[in-house]
Design a protein around this ligand. Structure first.
Ligand code: PLP
Length: 340
């Protein structure tokens, strides 16, 4: 399926609607300094500059997720994430714009008790839009908490739509399957032919969406994901499941037959989710000083560090351009003020 119109039409025919949260294409630009430094042409897709709520990859997922919530006539959205979740922030802002009530279940999963981590960054934006925030411990009780909360609202006559962590499920993944078309369109306008894309992966939806998108488009693409949390096998399984479910909609078989077909590096996670190491901080400073682009300490800082190391190690073929997807997280930087 070569064009986005056919892709969109098939989704609509199958009942997958989309609301528009992104009126403009995000820029796809060349990294001049880094490309020279690494003797490799590196480009960056600025999904961090998507237009709402300080931007980020989740807007593409929310276009489909919130459309489904509307079609189910929900009046309230519940979602879950870490205290500084970018996904929670963008869900809160866009859902409020569309008239939903919003509950964010925020897990205390990152052991940082600085004032900036606890109160600044994404939290400020969650509060600006008056999201109901539920702080819970990181002890495996999130799903019970959410189901009790949903039952409580249902008993009061409300219709609740629950968005999983990171917006990563089949519906959310469609956002990045669709993004593949935008990337290809922009690349061809620039006279580029990417065969390698690099990005951060946390809950798998972005990675899975892109894999599915390129399979639907029938273009061979190596998608190098960098895990930002330690669990590799469960993330791979989740990525595979979402890929398969998206492909099912298009009646396609996944050519990624086994988990080993996905490129997912665990080498640059560092100590834990939400904890940047020296190398991550150095990368963030370097890209800010050379290109004026701000990466975040939780996702893109780690993934970009991985990309630079892997280029230096010769893991990418020489002479081929690489596209890094900047998935956002800018607001989260302010939660790490004491690290810089
Ligand atoms: C800035 C940023 N980059 C990357 C990701 C990872 O995306 P996914 O959860 O789809 O793997 C997230 C998810 O929260 C994010 O906030």
């Amino acid at each position: 399926m070569k064009d986005i119109q056919t892709f969109d039409a098939l989704l609509i025919k199958n009942g997958y609607n989309r609301i528009s949260l992104m009126n403009q294409e995000t820029p796809l630009v060349h990294l001049r300094h880094l490309s020279k430094e690494l003797d490799t042409e590196i480009f960056i897709k600025r999904d961090d500059l998507s237009e709402l709520g300080t931007g980020g990859n989740k807007l593409r997922k929310l276009e489909f997720l919130l459309a489904e919530a509307k079609s189910q006539r929900a009046n309230r959205i519940i979602t879950v994430g870490a205290r500084q979740s970018n996904h929670a922030r963008l869900t809160a802002i866009t859902a409020k714009m569309m008239g939903f009530e919003v509950d964010l279940v925020l897990k205390n999963s990152v052991p940082l008790d600085t004032e900036s981590y606890q109160l600044n960054g994404n939290l400020v934006l969650d509060n600006i839009v008056d999201a109901n925030i539920h702080e819970i411990p990181n002890d495996g009780t999130a799903s019970t908490f959410i189901s009790n909360l949903a039952k409580h609202y249902a008993s009061e006559g409300e219709t609740v739509y629950i968005i999983p962590v990171g917006g990563s499920n089949t519906i959310g993944g469609l956002g990045y399957a669709r993004a593949a078309y935008q990337i290809e369109n922009q690349a061809s306008e620039l006279g580029l032919d990417f065969q390698h894309i690099a990005l951060a992966s946390g809950s798998g939806g972005t990675h899975a969406g892109l894999v599915a998108g390129y399979l639907i488009m029938e273009k061979k693409m190596f998608i190098h994901a960098y895990n930002v949390q330690h669990e590799r096998e469960p993330l791979l399984r989740e990525t595979h499941d979402i890929t398969n479910q998206i492909l099912d909609i298009f009646h396609l078989k996944n050519q990624f037959a086994s988990l080993n077909d996905y490129l997912l590096s665990n080498e640059y996670v560092g100590e834990a989710y939400g904890i940047p190491n020296e190398e991550t901080l150095k990368t963030i400073k370097h890209l800010a000083k050379t290109e004026g682009i701000i990466l975040d300490p939780v996702y893109t800082g780690k993934a970009f560090t991985g990309l630079v190391h892997d280029i230096k190690k010769g893991k990418f073929p020489k002479g081929k351009p690489i596209l890094f997807i900047h998935t956002g997280g800018t607001a989260g930087v302010f939660a790490y003020s004491n690290w810089f």
